[in-house]
Design a protein around this ligand. Structure first.
Ligand SMILES: *[C@@H]1O[C@H](CO)[C@@H](O)[C@H](O)[C@H]1NC(C)=O
Ligand SMILES: *[C@@H]1O[C@H](CO)[C@@H](O)[C@H](O)[C@H]1NC(C)=O
Ligand SMILES: *[C@@H]1O[C@H](CO)[C@@H](O)[C@H](O)[C@H]1NC(C)=O
Ligand SMILES: *[C@@H]1O[C@H](CO)[C@@H](O)[C@H](O)[C@H]1NC(C)=O
Ligand SMILES: *[C@@H]1O[C@H](CO)[C@@H](O)[C@H](O)[C@H]1NC(C)=O
Ligand SMILES: *[C@@H]1O[C@H](CO)[C@@H](O)[C@H](O)[C@H]1NC(C)=O
Ligand SMILES: *[C@@H]1O[C@H](CO)[C@@H](O)[C@H](O)[C@H]1NC(C)=O
Ligand SMILES: *[C@@H]1O[C@H](CO)[C@@H](O)[C@H](O)[C@H]1NC(C)=O
Length: 367
């Protein structure tokens, strides 16, 4: 059976669409558009190029690629499939049925927006950093801000029921109380809540919130809003509060399990810490890995394993903090075996003078 002229037209159009790279500079991305690692397709940018969507080398394995929305200068604010990496033959594809799919080189769909057949006609990246899949009348069928990965930027609402994840760490806002919570959740292990805080108990006492939502306000305040509250509750002021300029402000669940507020100047590619939820990094569960001991060398948290002596004392019932509670001379982390190089990154800066030791639940080599 020979295709008719009309069928051929449709076929050709479909074929051409498949070859279209993502258009640049804020134009709508039609069905059939694809984005690939390497230089074969242009990054897709918001109208003023404040944000762009492109593949970038995976932070954990540089031969693989992650499809991310990044702020001018290179700070990632959202990743397709929660940062699932693909090989160089992978792609991000807006299918003919309106589904945004992350596909790896062997053709396996690793993630999709789940919007096939829901009237999506184009995708668009807006100046706020939001990636929208919209229908023919411009209505948003799906938007990336409803599916955050580890970051919440200005104008994004992070509601109770959503999760920020980074490795085994999860950040949530408790629906009933508005408490900010940080948990360590590893498949096969019990979940550990290591941070759970109410930022204004007089305000939230004796009421059940409806849908508390965390926002990074453009005026530099991290706040919590809810339908039952008359005014937003202040969670934190950025330490550069009031400073203006062309910058992005955001909160992020970092890979070290802390939740922080940052600012980044446009084009700088550098995020500067403005606030952290867990003041003592050693309070982050699992920060020093299996059975690691967390301490301070005067300024920064350092990880080590309990020394032989400490292990013996612990076996006799004394805690490590009992054994080495006093400040170590010269700021050295006394009593620690040499730190084990680990996957811990982005430790931030801490103005901690005293040396604290917290024996974490696991330090593999001992016991
Ligand atoms: C893009 O930049 C121009 C010039 O700075 C500005 O006037 C315009 O409002 C910006 N557009 C958006 C969508 O932010
Ligand atoms: C694609 O993903 C599948 C499923 O995760 C995996 O088995 C396969 O090895 C991947 N292929 C490539 C080329 O990465
Ligand atoms: C587009 O989406 C909007 C908002 O979801 C909806 O109200 C509208 O009916 C949709 N239009 C079409 C043509 O489906
Ligand atoms: C958030 O995480 C919880 C527990 O891991 C899970 O049950 C829930 O479906 C997640 N929510 C979203 C929106 O992914
Ligand atoms: C909320 O956080 C406070 C500490 O700020 C804590 O005492 C309280 O138990 C938490 N509430 C819930 C329901 O976890
Ligand atoms: C909460 O309710 C209890 C019992 O009704 C009352 O004693 C307490 O003062 C209330 N707390 C606040 C902050 O309103
Ligand atoms: C906390 O709640 C009290 C009582 O409603 C309110 O007066 C105060 O402004 C709130 N503080 C912050 C920092 O939001
Ligand atoms: C503490 O550790 C940090 C990070 O490893 C290092 O940069 C700093 O120089 C150390 N400080 C001292 C006093 O040893």
């Amino acid at each position: 059976m020979r295709p008719s002229r009309g069928d051929l037209g449709v076929l050709c159009r479909g074929f051409l669409l498949l070859l279209l790279p993502f258009p640049s500079h804020g134009k709508d991305m039609p069905l059939g558009s694809t984005l690939t690692p390497g230089g074969n397709s242009a990054a897709w940018a918001s109208p003023n190029s404040t944000f762009s969507l492109a593949f970038a080398p995976s932070p954990t394995s540089p031969s693989l690629f992650v499809a991310s929305v990044t702020y001018a200068g290179g700070i990632s604010i959202w990743s397709a499939g929660a940062g699932a990496p693909v090989d160089s033959g992978g792609s991000l594809l807006l299918s003919s049925t309106g589904d945004l799919q992350l596909v790896n080189g062997s053709g396996v769909v690793l993630w999709s927006s789940g919007t096939a057949g829901r009237g999506v006609s184009a995708a668009a990246l807006q100046e706020s950093g939001i990636l929208v899949l919209k229908n023919s009348t411009g209505g948003a069928v799906w938007q990336s801000f409803d599916h955050p990965t580890d970051t919440v930027v200005m104008s994004q609402n992070f509601a109770s029921g959503m999760n920020l994840t980074s490795g085994s760490y999860v950040f949530t806002v408790d629906r009933a109380t508005g408490n900010l919570t940080l948990r360590w959740a590893n498949a096969g292990s019990a979940t550990v809540t290591y941070f759970n805080k109410d930022y204004n108990s007089t305000f939230t006492a004796n009421r059940t919130l409806s849908s508390p939502t965390l926002t990074m306000q453009t005026n530099d305040i991290v706040s919590l809003t809810d339908g039952t509250l008359n005014a937003p509750v202040v969670v934190a002021y950025s330490s550069n509060y009031g400073e203006s300029g062309d910058m992005l402000r955001f909160v992020r669940l970092d890979s070290d399990g802390n939740f922080r507020a940052y600012s980044a100047g446009r084009g700088s590619g550098t995020a500067t810490e403005q606030w952290s939820a867990v003041a003592d990094q050693c309070e982050v569960f699992g920060y020093c890995g299996n059975m690691g001991v967390c301490g301070y060398n005067g300024t920064s948290p350092v990880c080590g394993c309990p020394s032989h002596q400490q292990t013996e004392q612990r076996q006799q019932g004394a805690t490590v903090s009992d054994a080495v509670a006093e400040e170590a001379p010269g700021g050295g982390a006394r009593g620690l075996d040499p730190p084990i190089p680990g996957p811990v990154e982005d430790r931030g800066s801490f103005e901690k003078r005293n040396v604290f030791f917290h024996l974490k639940k696991n330090c593999g080599m001992i016991n």
